[in-house]
Each structure stands twice: as structure tokens, then as C-alpha cells.
Design a protein around this ligand. Structure first.
Ligand code: FRU
Length: 504
């Protein structure tokens, strides 16, 4: 049977076999959510990159399709985006139908080996049959690397109403370069952002620029600029930071209230766990839906190539909805699992309110099999002087234990995978526990958790803090309990669900 191997995620996308990294080209078109991804079909480690492909009608269940883009004489196919060219601005459409256009990076391995610095440049490909067949544009590259920038990649294109044209956000080593185009083919440099903003502990990669309404602010809206960096994430390896500001059609500027959060090499991070990287958002989501939908790569360059899976490597996060909020810390992007995932819930149970409830076994409340994916929604009341650590513990018969929750003494959400299984494959896999500073204040702490066989995703305080981590126990975790160490914590409300696998 497929998708039954040890560690194989049950509610997350992973390729049938072999290597995957970044999600690419996510676009909604004609009733389908397209998902492409960095894929090496010949091995379980990174290699010559292709675009793998899958589609979904509900963001939950995925149908695998053949590889969409193969390397060619111009190089490997690195990360990028895709758009529906509704007005056929590119002229690549046929029979009056809007083409799908993918905009991606060519990485020329020979140029790299020869020590050149212009071996990454941008190309496009198009499809006129709902993404089933792709043709590379004859005039590639559409954006050559004229000035010789060694890291010049990951174009994210969207139609920008302020600019009245297509805008490309491109990672150029230590900055995001914006380009504009009327036709997706001829690109003109607009501006650069970021050499003196945010974290520069690593190379900038995989940007995304989009407007997002400020929740509860009567139509006020800001631009969010996502920038992944590798290495230099707050908890090691690769991570994703973001900026909140304005885009006037040419230039991105950080909002004055956000500026102090991103000076002196500080970053504000979309997810404080170690396993959410290179994520960007879907294009083409219909206006009447209006959501900003995100998916990330659930791994980390520090160890992605050596994690202990046999047939395939890496999964993606669950699709998430991003929203923008004014918080005690300033503007912050919140992440929450998309509501479509609720269809996987079975056997709902509630945990009664009370102090004892914050410290109790739950294994018997979930349905069989004991290793099935689980969802928990927990609300706690915290007394102001509490120094307690509390949350959820997973365990197995081998004495391996994983814990995730909140430490009131440090004001951080934590994830402890240090004893969750042998981590001899990488020194970088184990480490500090206090990963994610709490954004919200107040006496009520909420934990929304999605637990799969090899991952936990925490959305705390309504999504204000996101924490995504993977783990590899020798045997599946089949025991689960709520734990509390210290005083001053009371469970207000608890709900649990067993989740149905998304794979047939
Ligand atoms: C990010 C990244 C991108 C690049 C791709 C190559 O994880 O390094 O910058 O396009 O992976 O696979």
C-alpha cells in the first residue's frame, strides 16, 4: 500500500517517492488548486531540479500529476510562481482562453561550476490545457542576469493594481528586487528593498508580495513582503521572515510602526518552528473567496537531506490562511489551518474544564489506530504569576517523548524533540526549546494543534504565533496526554478529533 511507510505523513502533502523541497507555482484555476514543487525524481537527496505537480479541488486531497517542467539546455528549474493570464497579456493563450503562465528560475550548473556569477536567470512556460502540458517560451530567458548576481532567483509574480501591471518580486542575494511587466515577457527593474532591513544572517530567497486587509480596521490594508533566508533563522538553519508596509506600484517601504522590529538585523518571523521554509501564497484565488492562502516546505536546509525517511524526503505544511492584525507587538501576520481541513475530523470529544484537566491522559479518547493524526483545540486560563510549563506530550513504548506547549516563566512557546527519537543523522536537529516568543498578552492562552506521524503544527492565540516542527520517533507515537508542570494553569475548554488520512 502507498503512504504507509514509517513516518509517512497522513494529512500533509508529500511526493510519492524521492526528493521534494520548496512549493512552487501555486495557482487556483478553473476549480483546481495547483501545487508544483522543487522535485528531483531520481533520488531522495537534492539534485537537478524539476517541477513536480499535483492538483486538488479542496486544498486537502491531492492528485499527483506528471512532472510539469524538466531541466533543459538553459539549466535546472528552480523555484518560481504561476499566474492565470486572464487578459492574455502574454499572447500565449489560445482560442480566447486564459493561459497559465509559470515564471521560474533557470539555474545553469555548468555556469556555476565554471565560477561564473550569472548562472541564474528567469524563464517562463505556459499551458493552455489546465496545466496538464507545459511549453517553454522560445525567447527564454525573459529576465537575464546582466549584472552578474550569484543569487538571483525565485520570481513571485502577481498582477498589481497599484502598478497597473505585473510585478515580480525577485530574491537578489541580500535584497528583493521588484520588476514590472505588461506582458510577463519584457521586464523592467522598478526598485530594490531590504539591504538594511530585517535579518541578513543568510541569503534571501523565495519572496512574496501581497496586500492584506488589517482585520477589524474597516477596509484598511497593508502590503506584506515575505522573505525566506538560509541560514540564519532564529532557531537555526532556514526560516521565513516578513515585513509589513506599503507598495506604491514601484517601491516597497516598511510601515513606520514596523520599522523598529526590523532594524539591527532583527527579523519578524512567520513561523518560529524549525520546519517551515520557502513558503509563498496562492495566486488566482477568486475575489469572492478573498483568502490569502499559504503553504511552506516542512523541513530545514540544516538537515533536510539526511532525515530518516527511505522512499521520499520532505512534506509540506498544511495549507494556511494568513491574516493581518494589530497586536500589542505591532502589525503581525497570523497563520491558521484552512477551514477545508475540518472535513478530516472524526470522533470529536470534549475535555472538561478544570485544573486536573490540564494534566491528564488522552490516549483513550482518540479512536484507533493509536497513531492516527490528531487535532486538539485547548484554551487555558493562566494566573498572572504563573511560571508553569504546559501543553501536549506524545510518547511511545520505546520511551521516546515529544512535547509542545507554553512556558509561562519565559513567555515562549516551546517544542522539545530532543528525546523524540534518535537524532544521530544531524547535530542541528536537537537544540534549544524556547522557540517562539508570545505575541499576544492576556490571561488566556490557546493552543490549536495538528499532529501527524512526523510533525506538529501549533497555532497559538488564534494563530498569532505559529510553530512547526518535524520529528522521527523509532515507532509512531501512540500515547498522548496533556501535561502541566507548576501552578496557576486551568483548562477552560478542550476539544479533540481523530483525523482521517488524506491518502486513499
Ligand atoms: C529555497 C531554494 C530556492 C531555490 C530552490 C532550489 O529552498 O534554495 O532559493 O530556487 O531552493 O531547489
Amino acid at each position: 500500500a502507498t503512504y504507509q511507510e514509517p513516518h509517512r505523513p497522513q494529512i500533509h502533502f508529500s511526493p510519492p517517492a524521492n526528493w521534494m523541497n520548496d512549493p512552487n507555482g501555486m495557482v487556483y484555476h478553473d476549480g483546481e488548486y495547483h501545487l508544483f514543487y522543487q522535485y528531483y525524481p531520481d533520488s531522495t537527496v537534492w539534485g537537478p531540479m524539476h517541477w513536480g505537480h499535483a492538483v486538488s479541488t479542496d486544498l486537502v486531497h491531492w492528485e499527483h500529476l506528471p512532472v510539469a517542467l524538466y531541466p533543459d539546455s538553459l539549466g535546472y528549474i528552480f523555484s518560481g510562481s504561476a499566474v492565470v493570464d486572464n487578459d492574455n497579456t502574454s499572447g500565449l493563450g489560445q482560442n480566447g482562453e486564459a493561459p497559465l503562465v509559470a515564471i521560474y528560475t533557470y539555474h545553469d550548473p555548468e555556469g556555476e561550476r565554471a565560477g561564473r556569477d550569472d548562472y541564474q536567470y528567469q524563464g517562463i512556460a505556459y499551458s493552455n490545457d489546465r496545466g496538464r502540458n507545459w511549453t517553454k517560451y522560445e525567447g527564454n530567458p525573459v529576465l537575464p542576469n546582466n549584472t552578474g548576481i550569484r543569487d538571483f532567483r525565485d520570481p513571485k509574480v502577481s498582477w498589481n493594481t497599484a502598478a497597473g501591471q505585473w510585478v515580480m518580486a525577485l530574491a537578489a542575494k541580500d535584497r528583493i528586487s521588484f520588476y514590472g511587466s505588461d506582458n510577463l515577457i519584457d521586464w523592467e527593474h522598478l526598485s530594490d528593498f531590504g539591504t538594511d532591513q530585517g535579518s541578513h544572517a543568510g541569503v534571501w530567497e523565495c519572496p512574496d508580495l501581497f496586500p492584506l486587509p488589517v482585520t477589524g480596521a474597516n477596509g484598511e490594508s497593508k502590503y506584506v513582503l515575505i522573505v525566506s533566508i538560509n541560514p540564519g533563522a532564529p532557531n537555526g538553519g532556514s526560516g521565513t521572515q516578513y515585513f509589513v508596509g506599503e507598495f506604491d506600484g514601484t517601491t516597497f517601504t516598511v510601515d513606520p510602526s514596523f520599522a523598529e522590529d526590523v532594524t539591527d538585523e532583527q527579523g519578524v518571523w512567520l513561523d518560529y518552528g524549525r520546519d517551515n521554509y520557502a513558503g509563498v501564497t496562492w495566486s488566482g484565488i477568486p475575489e469572492e473567496d478573498g483568502r490569502r492562502l499559504f503553504i511552506g516546505w516542512m523541513s530545514n536546509w540544516a538537515y533536510a537531506n539526511v532525515v530518516p525517511t527511505e522512499r521520499w524526503r520532505s512534506a509540506l505544511t498544511v495549507p494556511r490562511q494568513l491574516t493581518l492584525h494589530q497586536t500589542p507587538a505591532g502589525y503581525r501576520v497570523f497563520s491558521q489551518p484552512v477551514r477545508e481541513l475540518e472535513q478530516l475530523r472524526t470522533d470529536e470529544f470534549t475535555i472538561p474544564e478544570g485544573e486536573e484537566s490540564a494534566n491528564r491522559g488522552l490516549s483513550d479518547r482518540f479512536s484507533v489506530p493509536a497513531n492516527a493524526p490528531k487535532e486538539l483545540e485547548l484554551r487555558y486560563a493562566l494566573s498572572p504569576d504563573s511560571k508553569a510549563r504546559f501543553g501536549v506530550e506524545l510518547a511511545n513504548g520505546k520511551g521516546e517523548v515529544y512535547r509542545i506547549g507554553y512556558n509561562a516563566a519565559s513567555g515562549h512557546y516551546f517544542s522539545d524533540r530532543n528525546s523524540a527519537g534518535p537524532a544521530t543523522f544531524s547535530e542541528d536537529f536537537v537544540g534549544d526549546l524556547e522557540l517562539a516568543p508570545r505575541v499576544m498578552d492576556g490571561a488566556e492562552v490557546s493552543l490549536h494543534l495538528l499532529i501527524d506521524r512526523a510533525s506538529a503544527e501549533l497555532f497559538a492565540d488564534g494563530g498569532a504565533t505559529a510553530l512547526t516542527e518535524i520529528f522521527f520517533p523509532t515507532e509512531d507515537f501512540n500515547q498522548i496526554r496533556l501535561f502541566t508542570e507548576g501552578d496557576g494553569v486551568r483548562l477552560l475548554e478542550g476539544k479533540g478529533y481523530t483525523l482521517t488520512s488524506i491518502w486513499p
